[in-house]
Write a protein that binds this ligand. Structure first.
Ligand code: BEZ
Ligand code: FE
Length: 294
C-alpha cells in the first residue's frame, strides 16, 4: 500500500513539471521558450533529487535576495561573483569558444572592469601605487600571423594590497588601469607592477557560501586584458604568473595553462629598463596575443 502512495506522489510531481513546461509552449521567441522550459525541468529535477525542504528553499531565496542587494551597478557585482565561483562563467566561456582556431584562450571577465580608463602611450607606467616594477610586452597578431596595428588593449590589475581601483578609496581610479594601443608592428608594452594573488570579496553572500563550504577565496596573480581590433573578435582574457601558488585552485576556475607566463627577474638599468625608464631591478613578461577574425 505504501508503494502506491509513493507512486501517486511521484506522478503528481511529474505532472506539475509537465504543466509548468507546457505553460511556456506559446512563447513566440523560440530560444526563450527553450531556455525557460529547460530551466524549469532542471530546477524541478534539482528540487526532486535533493528533496529540498521549505526552510532550504527560503534560505536560497534569502541568499539570492542578498546577492542582488550587494550589487551597486559600478564595481560590485555579486551575481557575476556567484556565477564565477560556481564555475558557470567558465562553462559559458568554454561552450562559446570551443573550436580551436589558433586564437588566444579566453577566461572570465570578472566584475572589476571599468570603462573609459585613461589612454596610455606605448610602455607608459600605469602604476601609481608601490610594487615590484614590471614590464609586460609582446605582439598582437591575427590567426594567419599578420601583426595587428592599432589594436586596443584595455588592461586592469590589482594593487599590491590585492584591491582594484574603484574598490579601494585610497587608489586613484585610473591606477593600474588603462588602454594601450599596438604600434605599426602590432607590438604593445605596459609598465606596471608584478601582480599579486588576491582574495575575491568575501564580505557578501558569495563569501559566506565559500566559507560554509570550506573553500578559499584566492585568485592567482594575473593581469586582465580586453583586446579590440578592427575586423577581429574581441578577446577577453588574463595572463597569469606561472609561479603563483593558487594556479591549481583558482576560486573562479579561470586558469588555462596557455595563459601562464613567467615574470623573469631582470637587472636594473638594462636596455628595456632604460627604454621605459624603469628604476631598479624589475620583472619582464613577454606574451603574444592572437585574435580571431570576425
Ligand atoms: C577578477 O579577476 O577580477 C575576478 C574574476 C572573477 C571573480 C572575481 C574577481
Ligand atoms: Fe582580477
Amino acid at each position: 500500500m505504501e508503494t502506491d502512495v509513493t507512486i501517486a506522489i511521484d506522478d503528481s510531481d511529474a505532472k506539475l513539471t509537465d504543466q509548468v513546461v507546457a505553460s511556456f509552449a506559446n512563447t513566440p521567441d523560440l530560444r526563450l521558450r527553450t531556455l525557460m522550459q529547460s530551466l524549469v525541468r532542471h530546477m524541478h529535477a534539482f528540487v526532486r533529487e535533493t528533496q529540498l525542504t521549505e526552510q532550504e528553499w527560503l534560505s536560497a531565496i534569502r541568499f539570492l535576495t542578498e546577492t542582488g542587494k550587494m550589487c551597486d551597478g559600478v564595481v560590485r557585482q555579486e551575481f557575476i561573483l556567484l556565477s564565477d565561483t560556481l564555475g558557470v562563467s567558465m562553462l559559458v566561456d568554454a561552450i562559446n569558444h570551443r573550436f580551436a582556431s589558433g586564437a588566444t584562450d579566453t577566461t572570465v571577465f570578472g566584475p572589476f572592469y571599468i570603462e573609459g580608463m585613461p589612454e596610455r602611450a606605448y610602455g607608459e607606467n600605469m602604476a601609481s601605487t608601490p610594487g615590484t616594477p614590471a614590464i609586460v610586452h609582446g605582439q598582437v597578431r591575427s590567426t594567419d600571423g599578420t601583426p595587428i596595428a592599432g589594436a586596443v588593449l584595455d588592461v586592469w590589475q590589482t594593487a599590491e594590497n590585492g584591491m582594484y581601483s574603484g574598490q579601494d578609496a585610497d587608489q586613484p581610479l585610473g591606477n593600474l588601469r588603462g588602454r594601450y594601443r599596438t604600434d605599426a608592428e602590432g607590438r604593445y608594452a605596459i609598465t606596471t607592477i608584478l601582480p599579486v594573488s588576491y582574495p575575491i570579496p568575501t564580505d557578501g553572500p558569495v563569501g559566506k557560501m565559500l566559507s560554509a563550504t570550506g573553500r578559499h577565496p584566492w585568485r592567482p596573480a594575473h593581469l586582465h586584458f580586453m583586446i579590440d581590433a578592427v575586423g577581429h573578435r574581441r578577446l577577453v582574457t588574463h595572463i597569469f604568473d606561472k609561479d603563483d601558488e593558487y594556479l591549481e585552485s583558482d576560486a573562479v576556475f579561470g586558469v588555462k595553462t596557455s595563459l601562464t607566463v613567467t615574470y623573469r627577474e631582470r637587472a636594473a638599468g638594462d636596455e628595456l629598463a632604460r627604454r621605459f625608464n624603469v628604476q631598479g631591478p624589475y620583472r619582464e613578461a613577454n606574451y603574444d596575443f592572437v585574435l580571431d577574425r570576425s
